[in-house]
Design a protein. Structure first.
Length: 177
């Protein structure tokens, strides 16, 4: 049983020239060059299997980039018809071939909160009516919540703030680890 034919990509001469420039430029990131090579190979009529073997990629990656190119092919053709410059068209092609942004999780604590916790660590525990001579990360976490700097925080997060701050507490040391 023959496998289904993948949708072909048809490149304009200008698009093909710009993709070849991307491949030849030695300062381009490797991922960008590989993806430009992939689009050129797809446009030449090679199958996903042939391209995956040639470029040592997974067939799923070849399918992904074929689909991604096909989804913007009409927009690129419209831009060409509108007479955009080669530089602008190259930027559009590059943006198609780049990874999509992955936002990740937002910061849980603001920079201001971290600064306030580091400043708290520089105070003496006795000023906060703690019966100890040195702060512990657990003690700082409790005090930060008590002062409404944060709603909740773990001692480990307090330790990370202090480690990243590169601050030195006043002499004698106020933090017991």
């Amino acid at each position: 049983m023959p496998s289904p034919k993948a949708t072909p990509i048809i490149l304009s001469d200008r698009q093909q020239t710009l993709l070849k420039q991307i491949v030849r430029r030695s300062t381009n990131p490797h991922r960008l060059v590989r993806r430009a090579q992939l689009v050129l190979a797809v446009a030449s009529g090679a199958s996903n299997t042939q391209i995956s073997l040639q470029l040592q990629l997974d067939r799923g990656q070849v399918r992904l980039w074929r689909h991604r190119w096909l989804s913007v092919a009409s927009q690129l053709a419209e831009a060409e018809a509108a007479g955009v410059s080669d530089t602008q068209l190259r930027e559009r092609i590059t943006s198609v071939l780049c990874d999509r942004s992955r936002p990740g999780t937002p910061n849980f604590f603001s920079t201001e909160q971290a600064v306030q916790i580091v400043a708290l660590a520089c105070e003496t525990p006795k000023a906060s009516e703690y019966p100890v001579s040195h702060w512990t990360p657990a003690g700082l976490a409790i005090e930060a919540v008590k002062r409404n700097i944060v709603k909740k925080i773990s001692p480990r997060s307090v330790g990370r703030f202090l480690k990243r701050s590169n601050s030195t507490t006043s002499s004698p040391a106020l933090l017991a680890l």
